[in-house]
Design a protein around this ligand. Sequence first.
Ligand SMILES: C[S@@+](CC[C@H](N)C(=O)[O-])C[C@H]1O[C@@H](n2cnc3c(N)ncnc32)[C@H](O)[C@@H]1O
Length: 354
Amino acid sequence: MSSELGRLIARRIALTGPISVADFMAEALGHPRLGYYRRARPLGSAGDFTTAPEISQMFGELIGAWLAERWLAMGGPSVALVELGPGRGTLMSDALRATRGVPGFHAALRLHLVETNTALCAEQRRALAAFTPTWHERFDDVPPGPMLLVANEFFDALPVRQFEKTPHGWRERMVGLAPDGESLMFALAPGVTPFARFLPDAADGAQAEISEAGRTLAAAIGARVRGDGGWALIVDYGYESGSAATLQAVRGHKGVDVLERPGETDLSAHVDFAALAVAAQAPTFGPVSQADFLQRLGLLRRAETLKARASEDQRREIDVTLARLIGPDQMGTLFRVIAVGDGRSIPAGFSDAS
Ligand SMILES: C[S@@+](CC[C@H](N)C(=O)[O-])C[C@H]1O[C@@H](n2cnc3c(N)ncnc32)[C@H](O)[C@@H]1O
């Protein structure tokens, strides 16, 4: 049995024909009434997944240190501090607590949160009230001027198109109706896709994804830091090069079928970091693994400080969270970090520009 949104999508396809995977994903996540990111409370142990800032306060604290270091490198201007998809506000609240002692930083910043989920906006309001944030539905609505931006697990929620290489060339994978006239199924579009010129040479059967939304957003961020000054830090799971079909669905911390129960299921795709760097058209640093990035920022030292005043149980808990953040079998290598900025200096956690 599909979801209410699944039935709406099936009706649309019956009337107007198959839709791209990107259109399906945009509806499933962003439908104004029934989209997953419009209505659900997705994060935490009671939700569908958990994220690095929800695992440990150290994650947001170190990102706070990174932001303050970049602000100092910019010469300490008035700055828009922007977070894309702040979830429960945990990362930003840890970042701001950790930077209370940086002279002038908090007085220089105005907090801008880009979020579409009203339930999460309410949680962000509670967590960040002291900083009187302004909310926006889109990055383009953030007022111009120097900017520091952070996005953790945001780009993976942006729609992707999917493609498959056939003996006749690259064809787009579409979402259509199964023979029962009700359930959804994947099928290849008949002709060669006009996106073929953006896709690599590959053997028959190869699969690939393109996120137009991700590239467009990276271009807007790049234009902003080139024009007005500033830095963006993007953390997500993804790949550095190559191509694959990575779209996945998660409900209640378990992998499920992508087309089953849209609106009630989290959909995400691995981020193509090389494509973001090209689209940004600004100096880009990384990607580096989350493990390398956090350790270069002093994660292990911070963990030792916390452990020094912790109970035996808390010390064990800190070791477990460390393993989750940097373990190669957990978030350590799958998650990567890039920075985009003015390129006048090398940001902490990175070695040089790409
Ligand atoms: C996977 S959660 C990550 C939350 C948070 N950054 C963290 O690390 O805990 C994705 C966040 O982006 C928001 N979001 C997803 N798609 C969005 C969109 N198109 N526009 C604005 N916010 C969006 C979600 O509501 C949520 O806050």
